[in-house]
Design a protein around this ligand. Structure first.
Ligand code: ATP
Length: 610
């Protein structure tokens, strides 16, 4: 028992020891656990702390991803909507295209059908056209036959008109009364009556009763209301007869300011309606619609042509002259330069009268040489020419005496019989002979020009070798025995314009301006080296114009035209060269319009240019 007890006690002690040991172990384990727990807690804390940053980042990223996701969803929705609408549009378009294509196909079918029917129609029309053309051909043939007849009648009319004019034979006088100018309202007119057949009654303001009127009769009298076109209408046939080989001279006469330039040229800056005879004549002969606006005293047109049927050669010339005013010298207020001008004018006008009366009396000597004017007009004043004088009147009562003396002069001119005008129509042989003569004359002229040049050089040499400062033109310039030629004009600016054509009639032959042998009297009265004085033509700027073309039915025509003009410098130079000198005119003065550029005994200051 004891032993058992002892054993039990020993067990107890062992167990106690074990218990202590276990308790120690437990507390050690507890401590270890506590340490482990603490370490774990620390680790957890540390890990928590460490995990906080990435977690925040992760949350932000999460938010971003969520946002992106939302956006993507929206985009997907949008795309789905877009694709839906596109799909619907496609469907619509497809539908429309289908309709359109069907429509086009329908139209194409219709077009095909129409084209077929048009083809059919065209074939039908072609057939009917060719039938109509055939009928037209027949009709045109008939028309062309009729037109040939018409041309024949026209030519016959022209011939008869020319014959009528030939039979009349005298100088035609057309009287034109200019209207009162603006600012002259209420002025008293001396024109009392204008008859239908060229009668004109002028009232004398200082006389009463029967003596208070005077009757004049001319070929035509134009009232102040007459238009330029009306005046030209009566002049046109005369101008056209140049193309039938006539020499025609048209000039205006009348006191200063009576409308000479207006009738011959037109007013300054004239519209086509206001064109005077010059422009209308050029326009009529050349079919030109624009004419240079310039002031000419003498416009000369030389026409040469060949009648295609008869081979006859035709030569005609047209002089259109705008004279200076016919002021009377004995007017008390006329003095100084004006007096000199008036004297020149009177001289040329009285020379014109002398020529006309010499012609009327069939005087063997016709004094063409006495004035520049009559020299220029020589070819157109002889028995073979047609002459028209426009008598210009100022209706103002203050011009009464000037008007009546103008009318008296015109009346005398009007009564002059020049004999029948003749066309320069030659047969072929005569033409050939004339051409030979012309070429011989050319040769002589060239020789004469050479002599002139040499003479001129000699004279100039004498002048310059003479006293220093002496006036250049005091030497005697003597031109040779030929007609004044272009070369004798020295530095005169010259333009030559040549148009070709005609009324559809083919070739044009060169017209020589010096082959216009118009007057029988020219050779007789223009003696070699004889001297003459020049007149009033220098009073206006001097130009000559002639241009080519023209032509009548069945004629080849060449109209030769030259424009010769003087600028101020040339003018003065020439005047000083020629002043105090004698100018010898040649034997062939018929055509040389250049001759109107020779001025004698005139100083530039005396030129009262228009
Ligand atoms: N029929 C007319 N109708 C209208 N105005 C005219 C007519 N005739 C002349 N005149 C005018 O009268 C004025 C004088 O005319 P123009 O210059 O033609 O006279 P002129 O006789 O040539 O003179 P001059 O001898 O001085 O050269 C101009 O203003 C012109 O426009």
């Amino acid at each position: 028992m004891e032993e058992k007890k002892k054993l039990e006690e020993q067990d107890l002690v062992r167990l106690m020891k074990e218990k202590d040991h276990n308790t120690n172990e437990l507390s050690a384990l507890k401590q270890e656990l506590e340490i482990a727990r603490k370490t774990y807690e620390q680790q957890c804390l540390q890990m928590e702390t460490e995990a906080k940053g990435p977690q925040q980042e992760l949350q932000e990223r999460l938010k971003e991803v969520e946002k992106l996701l939302t956006e993507s969803r929206n985009r997907v929705k949008e795309l789905e909507a877009y694709s839906d609408s596109k799909y619907q549009r496609w469907n619509k378009s497809e539908h429309i295209y289908q309709i359109f294509t069907e429509f086009q196909l329908g139209a194409l079918r219709e077009l095909n059908f129409a084209s077929q029917s048009i083809k059919h129609e065209v074939l039908k029309t072609q057939k009917s056209y060719s039938e109509e053309f055939h009928h037209l051909g027949i009709k045109i043939k008939a028309l062309s036959d009729a037109s040939e007849n018409y041309h024949a009648v026209l030519a016959e009319n022209r011939r008869m008109y020319n014959e009528l004019q030939d039979l009349k034979g005298n100088i035609r006088v057309y009287c034109r009364i200019r209207p009162f100018l603006p600012g002259q309202k209420g002025k008293q007119s001396i024109i009392e009556d204008i008859g239908e057949n060229g009668e004109l009654v002028v009232a004398n303001p200082s006389k009463q009763g029967k003596d208070g009127h005077r009757l004049f009769k001319f070929n035509k009298v134009y009232s102040p209301a007459a238009t330029q076109a009306e005046v030209f209408l009566d002049t046109q046939p005369l101008i056209r007869s140049v193309l039938d080989g006539y020499n025609v001279c048209i000039f205006a006469y009348g006191q200063t300011g009576s409308g000479k330039t207006y009738t011959m040229t037109g007013p300054d800056g004239a519209s086509e309606e206001e064109w005077g005879v010059n422009y209308r004549a050029l326009n009529d002969l050349f079919h030109i619609s624009e004419t240079r606006r310039s002031l000419y005293i003498v416009v000369t047109i030389h026409a040469r042509g060949t009648d295609l049927k008869t081979s006859a050669s035709l030569r005609g010339s047209l002089h259109l002259v705008d004279l200076a005013g016919s002021e009377r010298v004995d007017r008390s207020e006329v003095t100084g330069d004006r007096l000199k001008e008036s004297q020149h004018i009177n001289k040329s006008l009285s020379a014109l009268g002398d020529v006309i009366f010499a012609l009327a009396q069939k005087n063997p000597h016709v004094p063409y040489r006495n004035s520049k004017l009559t020299q220029v007009l020589q070819s157109s004043l002889g028995g073979q020419a047609k002459t028209l004088m426009f008598v210009q009147l100022n209706p103002d009562i203050s011009s009464y005496s000037e008007t009546t003396s103008t009318l008296k002069f015109a009346e005398r001119v009007s009564g002059v019989e020049l004999g029948a005008a003749r066309s320069s129509k030659d047969g072929r042989d005569v033409r050939e002979l004339m051409e030979q003569v012309a070429s011989l004359k050319d040769t002589i002229t060239k020789k004469d020009e050479e002599i002139e040049r040499l003479q001129l050089l000699k004279d100039l040499k004498n002048v310059y070798q003479g006293v220093n400062g002496e006036k250049r033109g005091t030497s005697s310039l003597r031109y040779g025995s030929s007609s004044p030629s272009k070369s004798s004009l020295g530095g005169t600016p010259q333009r030559s314009l040549k148009l070709t054509g005609g009324k559809g009639l083919g070739i044009i032959e060169k017209a020589a301006s010096d082959q216009d042998h118009c007057s029988d009297n020219s050779d007789k009265h223009f003696g070699a080296s004889s001297q003459h004085s020049v007149d009033d033509l220098h009073q206006k700027e001097s130009h000559q114009q002639s241009e080519s073309v023209g032509g009548g039915i069945g004629q080849n025509f060449s109209v030769d035209a030259e424009i010769l003009g003087f600028g101020e410098a040339d003018y003065e130079e020439r005047l000083s060269d020629i002043s105090d000198s004698g100018v010898s005119m040649g034997t062939d003065t018929d055509d040389s319009v250049e001759s109107n550029l020779f001025h004698e005994g005139t100083k530039p200051s005396e030129n009262i240019a228009k």
